[in-house]
Ligand binder design. Structure first.
Ligand code: DGJ
Length: 380
């Protein structure tokens, strides 16, 4: 027993020493390398953060060197922190399948924008992500679900699916239910230029009714009452769906609504402040940055009112050369941080993080301003 205690204290001392080899961080430096406890640039792209038991858990896409890094070669990487500046590498919590090439999450699939919620009823941690099985490029538009007993994983992949198969949204229109015209032309090329501005005639919602709705860029949101929602770019990216999850968060409940038709919103992020919901999303231009959009609503199922680009100042029209991924609520405060990715598709592992304070005023205007370097005292 004595030897075991000595061994453990040596181990702890060793870990502490490893951590203290690097200077503790006390600022955010958007766009710069962000070193973890081992001195390596954090590798958690398209990520999201769960606050659980006073610890922040940052889950994101693990990227590797070279263009191949735009596909999932490893899995979902986790980092933890208690102060938001200093992050400990906790390793890979959802691994791609290296042995079974028929698995939906086989090595080389596209696995993007993982987000995790804690379910108070089942005591499970539930992860959702955008999934494109290997060699299908972005054509499948699936979402994937994984589960764990611990926020530190490992997460077990459960299923992939197209949301709301055979279910109409709350705001379905009569024409959606009419016989769908055969669509012969390939529509998707990543943006509005490929579709007539008013695409009702294509009725993509009706087209996909029986197989489930497309789901690409996504996020999760847990409301104060414990109900959870998935927001995802659907209908060939033209329209955002907000879809309530089942009580165990493992499926869609069948209650959903479509918003911002033909606005091609990607990278959805959402928060609720003083009872009001806010969305910040991007436009749809592949890996290239574009101007963000914002919207607010008194009810998650709308009506949503667009508020325009929240970014101000230089490079506002490219979201400061980045694309959003999550809005983080700082613990025990009403302060929010907008998290974004500065993608580097030629060498994705070098992608940088843009974290900026989100300013929501009492009259509900929402603003993001570039900071070269900042810390949490900005909120005081
Ligand atoms: C933009 C999305 O937001 C990213 O997550 C990724 O899917 C790229 N498009 C791929 O071009």
């Amino acid at each position: 027993m004595r030897y075991l205690l000595i061994f453990c204290s040596l181990l702890i001392a060793n870990c502490k020493e490893k951590d203290s080899r690097f200077e503790k961080l006390s600022t955010f430096n958007p766009g710069q390398d962000w070193l973890d406890n081992r001195g390596k640039h954090i590798n958690a792209h398209g990520g999201g953060i769960l606050l659980h038991d006073n610890t922040y858990f940052w889950y994101g896409e693990h990227k590797i060197e070279g263009k191949i890094g735009n596909t999932a070669q490893v899995g979902v990487h986790l980092y933890t922190s208690t102060d938001l500046y200093n992050w400990r590498d906790e390793g890979i919590v959802l691994q791609v399948d290296e042995t079974n090439s028929n698995s939906d999450i086989s090595k080389g699939c596209i696995l993007e924008r993982p987000k995790v919620l804690f379910n108070d009823k089942t005591n499970k941690f539930v992860m959702w992500f955008h999934l494109e099985p290997k060699n299908q490029n972005y054509s499948s538009a699936l979402t994937g679900v994984a589960i764990s007993n611990s926020p530190r994983g490992p997460f077990r992949f459960i299923k992939s699916l197209r949301p709301n198969k055979g279910v109409w949204p709350l705001n379905v229109k009569k024409f959606h239910k009419k016989k769908v015209p055969k669509i012969t032309k390939k529509i998707y090329c990543g943006g509005p230029e490929c579709m007539p501005h008013h695409v009702d005639s294509l009725n993509i919602l009706g087209r996909d009714f029986e197989i489930g709705q497309m789901s690409r860029d996504m996020t999760l949101f847990k409301d104060d009452d414990g109900k959870a929602y998935q927001l995802y770019s659907s209908e060939e990216n033209s329209t955002l769906h907000i879809s309530q999850l089942s009580d165990d968060y493992l499926s869609h409940s069948g209650t959903y609504k479509r918003f911002f038709q033909y606005r091609f919103m990607e990278a959805p992020t959402i928060i609720k402040k003083n009872g009001k919901y806010f969305i910040i999303a991007s436009g749809c231009t592949g890996w290239n940055p574009n101007a963000a959009r914002s919207a607010s609503a008194d009810n998650i199922f709308g009506p949503w009112t667009e508020l325009g680009n929240p970014c101000i100042g230089e490079n506002a029209n490219t979201t400061f050369n980045s694309q959003g991924t999550f809005i983080l609520k700082v613990k025990n405060t009403e302060n929010y941080i907008f998290m974004a990715d500065r993608w580097k598709p030629s060498n994705p592992i070098e992608g940088k993080y843009i974290w900026l304070p989100l300013n929501i005023s009492d009259n509900n205007s929402i603003e993001l301003e570039w900071q070269e370097k900042w810390d949490l005292s900005i909120f005081n």
